[in-house]
Design a protein around this ligand. Structure first.
Ligand code: ASP
Length: 459
């Protein structure tokens, strides 16, 4: 059995956490490679090293002298870790040189930002490799360049090139445990490119696939992935098994534990993802796999608050007879670089639903309203930015959609919650309910009670 284990920010935030990581690796001979994040938060008000690095870049760019203080704070985080782990000082001393080297030599702002951001994981991997060696493990630092993680930046997104997997496969028989920084790879030209936030999860998946591992272990500070937000519900139902498709829906729609693009490299494989807790490695755990077996018992796997939504409702008499109408409306959103999430339609109206985070300030909103008004001869245009979307996800919806819709309507009606929109996901494993923001909490609580406490779907 071969495993790749990825340790998230809280698992590698301090020397005491890194010692736990060392113990986990010592206790499990199947772990062939580890992928590490940058040091995350040690306590609630702490600042993640990646956020410090982003500030460093911004301050340097705007020529603010405060960048020196930020640089010192970053180095201090590693000095503290290195001292407690009893590592050689020269390693951390080199980190300052590396950062200053990037700041003064990389002229392209985008590549500079990526190089600075990626350093949090790079430095941590170097320290952790040194520590693992110190405690007697055969471990070695490998950069994404050594492994051949090749990425491409196109259309404002970073994509994994397929040769990456072949490159990594050459390390399958490595005698040493590979210690790899997460979150970044290299362009063909040799520039560092980072994934989106939380992207070390993606590196973990890439390495697990490249090494043809049986299991990809993903260590965080939670024992399970839960069926609803644990900061809102006391002891929400733990998820013991979830399918890749369900996990992708939930990650995309608000679950923060697993990066939304991290399942993608594993979609065509039989590699299972085990989500585990660094602080309690032998307890619990959520298994993410191609299929799950308890769909009948557990039709809805999770419920999440997707966040704020804005709708643009266009009304024009007999709109549906005009061929290409929706495409013309969507062109405006494409031009403004705003992804569109849902498009409910009727004879005379179409609503464009977008995540409010993409809307920016009020000038962007009025620019869209003006563009729509100038392009169409509308009877009415209504913008509503007071919406919330709640996602209900589960493979069991496929066979129980009617019952689920009935149940949800009944619960919301009893609680006097007006449904603004209800959308059945085309893949049939998700449902989205859009309501006014003010009803968010009551909506989540009443649905949670009906689905998970009273288990009405199973009756
Ligand atoms: N350090 C990066 C972040 O904070 C990536 C990661 O932790 O996965 O987003």
């Amino acid at each position: 059995m071969n495993k790749t284990a990825k340790f998230g920010g809280t698992s590698v935030a301090s020397a005491s956490q890194i010692k736990k990581v060392g113990q986990i690796i010592k206790d499990d001979k199947d772990i062939r490679a580890i992928v590490v994040s940058a040091p995350g938060k040690r306590f609630k008000a702490d600042i993640k090293v990646t956020d410090l690095l982003i500030s460093l870049f911004e301050e340097y760019k705007s020529q603010s002298p405060s960048y020196i203080k930020t640089l010192d704070m970053i180095i201090l985080r590693y000095t503290e870790i290195s001292e407690v782990l009893g590592l050689d000082k020269s390693l951390v001393n080199s980190f300052k040189e590396i950062l200053l080297g990037f700041l003064t030599t990389i002229k392209d702002e985008y590549y500079l930002k990526n190089a600075i951001k990626s350093s949090g994981e790079d430095f941590n991997a170097r320290l952790i490799a040194a520590y693992l060696k110190k405690i007697g493990l055969k471990a070695k630092y490998f950069s994404p360049k050594d492994l051949g993680i090749v990425l491409e930046y196109s259309l404002e997104d970073v994509h994994i090139l397929n040769k990456t997997y072949e490159n990594i496969s050459k390390f399958k028989d490595s005698e040493e445990i590979l210690v790899i920084p997460g979150f970044y790879g290299y362009s063909q030209e040799g520039n560092r490119l980072t994934f989106s936030r939380g992207g070390s999860d993606i590196t973990g998946a890439i390495v697990a696939r490249g090494l043809s591992c049986d299991i990809y272990e993903n260590y965080t500070d939670m024992t399970y992935i839960y069926s609803a937000n644990p900061s809102l519900f006391k002891n929400p139902a733990p998820i013991k098994n979830i399918s890749y498709a369900e996990m992708r829906e939930l990650s995309y729609n608000g679950f923060e534990i697993f990066q939304e693009d991290a399942v993608e490299p594993l979609l065509d494989t039989n590699i299972e993802i085990h989500v585990k807790n660094t602080n309690k490695p032998t307890e619990g755990g959520t298994i993410i796999s191609q299929t799950r077996t308890d769909i009948d018992k557990n039709p809805i796997i999770g419920m999440s608050d997707v966040g704020d939504f804005t709708s643009f409702k266009l009304t024009e008499y007999l709109m549906n007879r005009k061929v290409g109408y929706i495409k013309n409306v969507l062109d405006i959103f494409q031009y403004m670089h705003i992804p569109v999430e849902h498009i409910p339609t009727s004879i005379d109206s179409v609503s464009i639903l977008v995540r409010s985070e993409y809307m920016g300030d009020s000038s962007k909103k009025s620019s869209i309203v003006n563009a729509i008004n100038n392009s169409f001869d509308l009877d009415e245009l209504v913008m509503d930015d007071s919406l919330k979307s709640i996602a209900i996800v589960g493979e069991g919806l496929r066979n129980q959609m009617t019952k689920a819709l009935y149940l949800i309507s009944e619960v919301l009606n009893t609680n006097n919650i007006k449904i603004e929109y209800i959308i059945q996901g085309a893949s049939n494993n998700s449902l989205f309910i859009l309501i006014n923001k003010k009803n968010e909490e009551i909506c989540l609580r009443s649905l949670y009670k009906a689905i998970y406490e009273d288990r009405l779907l199973e009756k």
